[in-house]
Design a protein around this ligand. Structure first.
Ligand code: SAM
Length: 248
């Protein structure tokens, strides 16, 4: 990638290079929890819970549930709770540091219920038709349009026929006033908080760059539909997060 001013986040196509994204999360791993909480106005935990609640957990006896871009395993306790301990979770993430932290999360959960895979989801070794359920929270924004197309293809490939999925991402709300507030918050307040808490202004600015480009889940919904999946659009808190829920 070309050189950039340390205070100006890069915006070229290199920001979607999986290595760049993985390094970014490696660097942010120590402060990821707080950023994520703040960048969703403190809503992140509730949105994860609501995303997981979109799935009909009674559909399978011991559902295999993929958690894509699983980070530090933020969703796992909720998946186990909502499935009444029946789900077999497979967390997939590319960042070695996030994976390391997710092992600590898994260690606090009942033994043997979570498997962790360090993989690039766009080029993975996961078995075709192996998922009863599939979720992903806050892991879509760092993909380009072309990569989202590959991701849609992978989601369709991983799901069993009848398998369900629920995906969620922070989004630009349609309401003008909320939208201005949201972008100001992402582009100014979050980097400022990042600087104070983590001494890292750059990584936090990237979050604003990715979110501003991603906008919302609607284009991804169309890409999933083109894979032949049944899809429904969801909004959370006036569109500050959006999601896709569906079935194969
Ligand atoms: C914003 S975090 C979301 C973590 C978690 N799901 C949550 O709810 O907080 C995005 C995660 O996606 C991972 N990621 C980004 N690109 C990926 C890829 N190509 N394959 C697998 N994981 C990826 C990053 O390493 C990071 O941990």
């Amino acid at each position: 990638m070309s050189m950039h001013h340390p205070n100006k986040p890069p915006t070229g196509p290199g920001i979607y290079d999986p290595r760049f994204v993985s390094d970014l999360f490696d660097r942010m791993s120590s402060t990821y929890g707080i950023t994520n909480y703040l960048s969703s106005f403190g809503f992140s935990e509730r949105w994860r819970r609501q995303c997981i609640a979109q799935l009909d957990w009674s559909a399978a006896e011991a559902p295999v549930c993929y958690d894509l871009m699983s980070g530090m395993g933020e969703c796992w306790a909720d998946i186990l709770r909502q499935s009444q301990g029946r789900a077999q979770v497979i967390g997939v993430d590319i960042s070695p540091e996030m994976i390391k932290r997710s092992r600590q999360t898994a260690a606090r959960l009942p033994a043997g219920q979570v498997q962790i895979r360090q993989e690039n989801i766009l080029d993975n070794d996961l078995a075709t038709g192996s998922a009863d359920m599939l979720i992903s929270t806050f892991g879509l924004k760092t993909f380009s349009e072309a990569q989202l197309e590959q991701l849609a293809n992978q989601i369709s490939r991983l799901l069993k026929p009848g398998g369900q999925f629920s995906l969620l991402e922070i989004s630009a709300p349609p309401n003008r006033f909320l939208n201005i507030l949201f972008l100001f918050y992402l582009k100014n307040i979050i980097p400022w908080i990042g600087k104070i808490f983590a001494g890292d202004n750059f990584s936090y600015k990237m979050l604003g760059v990715y979110c501003a480009r991603f906008q919302d889940c609607r284009p991804f919904l169309d890409q999933l539909a083109r894979e032949g999946l049944q899809v429904e659009f969801r909004t959370y808190f006036f569109g500050c997060a959006t999601g896709v829920v569906g079935r194969k």
